[in-house]
Ligand binder design. Structure first.
Ligand code: HCB
Length: 218
C-alpha cells in the first residue's frame, strides 16, 4: 500500500466510525514509516473534516460524530506519546503555554494535539482544559505577569469563537495585554479574525502551531 493509500484508509476509517480499525491502521501507518504528524494532518483530520461536513448537511447525526471522535481518540492514544518524544531543538524551556478551549465549547481533540506539540517543542504547559471562562483565563495570566507567556486558545464553533474577542479586551482592561502573546485556533478562526480582535497569530494545525508559537516567543 502506498503512503497516500494508507492516509486515505485512515480518513475512511474515521468517516466510517471504525474505532478498533483506527488504532490498528494508525499502527500500520507508523510501521510503514509515516510520521505522527503526517498521519494526523493527511489522514485523521481529513476524515474529521468530512464528518463535520456530513453533519452540517444532515447526512449524519451526533452519535455518528461521537463514534468518529472515539476513533480519532483511539489513534491519539498511540500518537500523543510519540509526539511527546519528538522534542524540537528548543527543549530548554521557551516559555509557558497556557492552553484551553473557550467557554461553551467542549471540542478538545485539536486542543490536545496542539498542547502536546507545544510541550514537545519545549514549552512548559498549563492546560486549563475545555469550557474555560474568560475570567479564569485572565486570572491565570495575571499570576505569570513578567514571565514569557503564550496564551493558546481553541474554539471550534462560531459561537465560542466570539469569546476570544472578549479574552483580548478583558486582558487589555486588566493591563495584561502586553504581558502575553496570544494565539487562537480552531476551524472557524481566520487571519482576518485574529487581526480584527487584536490577537497575535493563528495556525492551521498542531505542527504549524508549534512553529508559529516558537516564532512568537523570539
Ligand atoms: Co462538533 N461541531 N458539536 N462535536 N464537531 C463541529 C465543530 C461543527 C463545525 C460541525 C458542523 O456543523 N459542520 C459544528 C460547529 C458549527 C459552528 O459553530 N460553525 C459542531 C457542532 C454544531 C456541535 C454541537 C453543537 C452539536 C450539537 O450538540 N447539536 C456540539 C457542541 C458541544 C459543545 O462544544 N458545547 C458538538 C459536539 C461534538 C462532539 C462531542 C460529538 C465531538 C467532539 C469530541 C471531542 O472533541 N472530544 C464533535 C466533533 C468531533 C466535531 C467535528 C466533526 C470535528 C472536530 C475535530 O475534532 N477536528 C467538527 C467538524 C469540523 O471541525 N470540521 C464538528 C479534528 C481536529 C484535529 O481539528 O480543528 O479541532 P481541530 O484542531 C486543529 C486546528 O484547528 C488547529 O490545530 C488542531 C490540530 O491539527 N488548532 C489550533 C486548534 N486549536 C488551535 C489553537 C491554536 O492557537 C492554533 C491552532
Amino acid at each position: 500500500m502506498s503512503n497516500q493509500e494508507m492516509l486515505d484508509k485512515l480518513r475512511d476509517i474515521i468517516v466510517s466510525q471504525n474505532i478498533t480499525g483506527c488504532a490498528a491502521a494508525t499502527q500500520e501507518a507508523l510501521d510503514a514509516g509515516l510520521t505522527a504528524v503526517e498521519i494526523i494532518n493527511g489522514g485523521l483530520s481529513v476524515g474529521m473534516k468530512i464528518v463535520g461536513d456530513k453533519f452540517e448537511a444532515a447526512e449524519i447525526y451526533l452519535p455518528q460524530i461521537m463514534m468518529s471522535a472515539k476513533a480519532m481518540n483511539a489513534a491519539m492514544e498511540i500518537l500523543i506519546p510519540i509526539l511527546e518524544q519528538e522534542k524540537g531543538p528548543n527543549d530548554e524551556g521557551v516559555g509557558l503555554a497556557i492552553t484551553y478551549v473557550q467557554e461553551g465549547d467542549i471540542h478538545d481533540i485539536g486542543h490536545r494535539l496542539v498542547t502536546t506539540m507545544l510541550g514537545a517543542n519545549g514549552f512548559k504547559i498549563l492546560d486549563m482544559g475545555v469550557d474555560v471562562p474568560n475570567d479564569k483565563i485572565v486570572e491565570e495570566v495575571a499570576k505569570y505577569k513578567g514571565k514569557k507567556v503564550l496564551l493558546v486558545g481553541s474554539a471550534l464553533m462560531t459561537t465560542s469563537m466570539l469569546g476570544q474577542k472578549d479574552t483580548v479586551s478583558m486582558l487589555a482592561e486588566e493591563g495584561l495585554r502586553d504581558a502575553v502573546k496570544i494565539m487562537f485556533g480552531g476551524a472557524p478562526v481566520s487571519d482576518a479574525w485574529i487581526a480584527e480582535i487584536g490577537a497575535d497569530a493563528t495556525a492551521e494545525n498542531a505542527a504549524d502551531a508549534a512553529r508559529v508559537a516558537l516564532n512568537l516567543m523570539q
